[in-house]
Design a binder for this molecule. Structure first.
Ligand code: TXA
Ligand code: MG
Length: 321
């Protein structure tokens, strides 16, 4: 099906389409999602198809209130309860054993469901107007960078979906942190907008998911979150610029322009002391650079601390060839 994709702010229009098992792009505080009725196999299949994503990769289910979490999960352990109380609504996704309400196609047959309650007024108003939760991966083609504005979604998904609900530029700008549990120990499945340190303050030590089954989940693939233009992650910008002096380089910087390149070839993300501002602006800069015809996008690695770790994780994956 080919759609004349519309962008608008009409929550009831989004609800009407979702009620009819159509898919709609929705804003969240992290990135835009491609949403479908989580209880409708027909709608979920449309998500996989529009995203060109293998159906072996499960979808996060979004809820509008905390009670819904307890209906979708068959069991909520004490640490999960603490995380729900502290971080939801917010950019945290938790993996819990799924209840019988959840169709297999949403979790790709896995016994756990990924659940999150977005901290975005438009998303919450929409979710609370529906009598089902919304399964939603990021609203980008498989492997590409996530969209943080309605226009990013339009550029990537136009004609594949009927409607984009515009909720402005996503505040956090990178995806949610995903936490599961093994023998009641919290396990990190994806770094994201909430730091591991913040989670450890609430539930104690968090371990990495090195032996977990879903390491092939798209967000964990080595190459993911990538623009089409090759990305070079660098520690020494001048060295790279020198080495590729015959190439047309786009440079993503932080506090100031680099004197070695024309300013029109550069985007500043913000002060390197304010990593949240950098996360907020990062994907928008990559989308813009990707449309500018550069041979390479060069970006400098951030200090590996706090949310800088999550940003570096995305930069590392974007730069894998
Ligand atoms: O911030 C976010 O999390 C955004 C917004 C739209 O909510 N969503 C998002 O979805 O990033 P997606 O599909 O692009 O990434 C979700 C990740 C994938 O790596 C997926 O494999 C994993 O979560 N995931 C989903 N359900 C899972 C499950 N049941 N078990 C393990 N991993 C799961
Ligand atoms: Mg994604």
């Amino acid at each position: 099906m080919v759609f004349r994709t519309e962008i608008g702010k009409d929550i009831s229009r989004a609800k009407q389409l979702l009620d009819n098992e159509e898919i709609v792009a929705i804003p969240t505080e992290t990135v835009y999602g491609l949403a479908a009725n989580a209880f409708s196999e027909i709608a979920i299949n449309k998500v996989y198809k529009a995203k060109n994503r293998p159906s072996s990769n499960p979808l996060i289910v979004h809820v509008g209130n905390k009670e819904a979490i307890y209906e979708l999960a068959s069991e909520v352990n004490i640490k999960a309860e603490l995380l729900i109380e502290k971080f939801m609504p917010g950019p945290l996704t938790i993996l819990l054993p799924k209840s019988q309400l959840v169709p297999e196609i949403v979790t790709s047959g896995l016994p756990h469901i990924a659940i999150r309650m977005p901290a975005h007024t438009v998303a919450l108003e929409l979710l609370n107007s529906l009598n089902y939760p919304l399964a939603a991966p990021s609203a980008n083609p498989f492997g590409y960078i996530s969209p943080t504005t309605a226009n990013h979604v339009f550029c990537q998904m136009k004609s594949k979906i009927p409607y984009i609900l515009d909720g402005g530029h996503c505040k956090a700008g990178i995806e949610s942190t995903i936490i599961g549990f093994k023998n009641n120990i919290p396990v990190l499945h994806r770094m994201g907008s909430i730091t591991v340190e913040e989670i450890e303050q609430i539930v104690g030590e968090v371990v990495l998911n090195s032996e977990h089954k879903v390491t092939m989940a798209p967000g964990n693939l080595e190459k993911h979150y990538s623009p089409r233009t090759p990305v070079i992650l660098s520690i020494d910008l001048s060295e790279i610029i020198d080495k590729f002096s015959d190439k047309y380089i786009g440079l993503i910087t932080y506090d100031s322009y680099c004197p070695d390149l024309p300013e029109v070839q550069q985007i500043m993300l913000g002060k390197s002391t304010n990593l949240y501002e950098i996360a907020h602006n990062l994907y928008a800069a990559m989308h813009k650079m990707d449309l500018s015809g550069f041979d390479f996008i060069v970006i400098k690695k951030l200090p590996d601390e706090g949310i800088g770790k999550s940003i570096n994780d995305r930069l590392n994956r974007a730069s894998k060839s």
